[in-house]
Ligand binder design. Structure first.
Ligand SMILES: [Mg+2]
Length: 232
């Protein structure tokens, strides 16, 4: 296939996400206990998750803005515990800021930095994520021309918004773009439905038939380099 540019998903494609999220959740809880222990006695990950799900249900148009959803869930938690509006807002901002700072501390999969440096010498690279990681402030960001995040667009993947923005940025046809990601629906189906070529990175060891539309199936993203011939 003749590829002129590559876009990457981030979470669970370039780095393992779950552990960094769990760690960030724990550190956020500890910071909020330090700041307002009297409103944290019955706090739990599940309790906050319930609020987040409620917020997402009430505001379906904003549910893909994970930062807003988390702040609003935290605000509701503190309101439910007796905080006034201003205090609940302040603690929600504090909690989110701690969470977000920690969530940024991701560890790329082995070999990712080398692979990106090699690819960036041959192709323009972009990132398309439904998460809120700020790639462009990370060392890896230097290999990328852009990082599109769902909360900056009307809709998250698999909707076409970010994919079509990437095509417009590179000024190429869909079949000239390769999108690389771990999610069979968000990444593979979302991109393939526009005619974009796809590489599915099966980092979560799903059944191999989970992404039938994928042009390439990889066990690790670093295998990608072996599939891009010098002609590509
Ligand atoms: Mg992902």
């Amino acid at each position: 296939m003749t590829i002129r540019a590559i876009t990457f998903d981030l979470d669970n494609t370039l780095w393992e996400t779950d552990q960094s999220i769990f760690r960030a959740e724990d550190i956020m809880r500890d910071a909020l206990c330090d700041a307002a222990s009297h409103w944290m006695h019955s706090y739990s990950f599940e309790a906050l998750k319930t609020h987040r799900q409620q917020v997402a249900t009430e505001y379906p148009d904003k549910s893909h803005d994970l930062g807003w959803t988390r702040r609003e869930a935290l605000r509701r938690w503190f309101l439910s515990q007796g905080a006034n509006g201003a205090m609940a807002q302040e603690l929600a901002e504090l909690g989110f800021n701690v969470f977000y700072r920690e969530r940024q501390k991701v560890e790329p999969y082995p070999g990712v930095d080398t692979m990106l440096s090699q690819l960036a010498a041959r192709f323009p690279l972009g990132a398309i994520t439904n998460g809120n990681a700020d790639l462009m402030t990370m060392p890896m960001g230097r290999y990328f021309q852009f990082s599109f995040r769902a909360h900056e667009f009307p809709r998250a993947k698999p909707a076409p918004d970010m994919f079509t923005a990437a095509l417009a940025h590179f000024q190429i046809a869909p079949h000239e773009l390769l999108h690389v990601g771990d999610d069979p629906d968000h990444d593979v189906l979302g991109a393939a439905s526009l005619g974009i070529r796809t590489a599915w990175v099966n980092t979560r060891a799903l059944p191999t038939e989970a992404a039938p539309e994928a042009d390439l199936t990889l066990n690790s993203v670093v295998e990608l380099i072996d599939h891009l011939t010098p002609r590509d």
